[in-house]
Design a protein around this ligand. Structure first.
Ligand SMILES: Cc1cc2nc3c(=O)[nH]c(=O)nc-3n(C[C@H](O)[C@H](O)[C@H](O)COP(=O)(O)OP(=O)(O)OC[C@H]3O[C@@H](n4cnc5c(N)ncnc54)[C@H](O)[C@@H]3O)c2cc1C
Length: 356
């Protein structure tokens, strides 16, 4: 019997395992192959930008980023582009540009050896058995069953643990993020945030990554997504972006919580952390700070014992819930075209580039 089984070894799950791994008997499982063994240079489909809040959360954990997790260039500027209005503005921002595959590998390397880790191991379902849970896991087509006192769902935007625990709760709006990586001889010195309601009511982006450029968009999922992404590429090529040599195409889901009911922290014997709980910014899709902060709150709740930990975690994440809801107040200023145009026209908080 485990004290804790954590489903998902992404930033949220790995952070929690690191924090509680010496206090409890912990199993950490992930359906991905062991990142230390695959040899694949790529990680989760992600922009890999550590925003100031994520940097602060890492700093609070006493973590220092290793050089191998970084990727050039380090970005100081956001270029906001309103395509239909033909307007753009530059803003100073301080991101750390990371290689998401190496970053996740580093987080996993911090998990203490006392934690049992199983990669290539998929969580399929569970049932309550008295005061514990019986979990069904699949590894190489073989079914395994494990028992645990507490389950933690850290399995990201399409969380199966969340669906199992709250089958009738309304989920947040869900976008399909398509992302392509292109060879880029010359690095663009900024992160572009691209707005165009003909493509999406959220946003698209380009991010330079050492010799390549990521182009991504958060799209309405369904049949139109591929066509909208093609249209975005056409519009950017006509604006001078070079998207000739494709290296890689990937996709993932992004949640966009807008109500309290979209943020689910858990129930008896179970906690949801990271994006599985709905923790992500609805205005920027920045999710790494939420993954770290929710994992730290879960660790604090569990440090006092397993009993009543979900209730303590719910209370500890009340400020995070307020942050998500406040971001929803900010979002219309970015995503309602007339308001965005007004703000961009005013030049508020923007900077003039020396080359005009
Ligand atoms: C295209 C894109 C770009 C983004 N860019 C940024 C950015 O630049 N900066 C930022 O801060 N945020 C960004 N985000 C958001 C960020 O990636 C997520 O919010 C963050 O990864 C959430 O961390 P997590 O640990 O909760 O979940 P995840 O990172 O999704 O990890 C979940 C883990 O659970 C595992 N898993 C899932 N299901 C199962 C199962 N059934 N059994 C076992 N294991 C399972 C997965 O393999 C995965 O390893 C982006 C998201 C997308 C999609």
């Amino acid at each position: 019997m485990y004290d804790l089984v954590i489903i998902g070894a992404g930033p949220a799950g790995a952070t929690l395992a690191r924090a509680v791994g010496r206090q409890y008997r912990v199993l950490l499982v992930d359906k991905r192959a062991d990142p230390a063994e695959t040899g694949s240079p790529y990680g989760k489909c992600c922009g890999g930008l550590l925003a100031p809040d994520a940097q602060k959360a890492l700093a609070r954990m006493g973590a220092a980023l290793p050089r191998e997790a970084l990727v050039g260039p380090q970005i100081l500027t956001v270029r906001a582009m309103d395509l239909p209005a033909g307007r753009e503005r530059f803003y100073q921002r301080f991101y750390i540009n990371v290689d998401r595959g190496k970053f996740d590998r580093w987080l996993i390397s911090l998990v203490p050896p006392s934690v049992e880790m199983r990669f290539g191991c998929r969580f399929a379902g569970m049932e309550r058995e008295g005061a514990s849970y019986r979990l069904h896991l699949y590894r190489e087509q073989r079914r395994e069953t494990v028992r645990t006192r507490v389950v933690v769902g850290a399995d990201g935007a399409s969380s199966r643990v969340r669906r199992w625990a709250f089958p009738r709760s309304p989920g947040p709006r869900c976008y399909l993020a398509l992302q392509e990586r292109y060879y880029a001889a010359k690095a663009l010195p900024y992160f572009s945030a691209i707005f165009d309601p003909e493509i999406t009511d959220f946003y698209a982006w380009t991010i330079p990554k050492e010799g390549s450029l990521l182009l991504g968009a958060a799209l309405f999922p369904g049949k139109t997504a591929a066509a909208k992404f093609a249209l975005l590429k056409k519009k950017l090529v006509s604006r001078g972006y070079c998207l000739d040599q494709l290296i890689r195409r990937e996709s993932a889901l992004i949640l966009r919580p807008s109500r309290c009911a979209h943020l689910l922290t858990g129930r008896e014997g179970m906690l949801l952390i990271g994006e599985a709980a709905g923790w992500i910014s609805p205005s920027s899709a920045e999710g790494l700070s939420y993954a770290f902060t929710s994992a730290a709150a879960a660790a604090k709740a569990l440090a006092e014992g397993l009993t009543a930990a979900p209730e303590r975690y719910r209370r500890l994440t009340a400020p995070l819930k307020r942050t998500v809801l406040l971001k929803n107040i900010k979002a219309p200023f970015i995503y309602t075209p007339p308001l965005r145009r007004l703000i961009m026209a005013s030049g508020l908080s923007s900077m003039k580039m020396d080359n005009g």
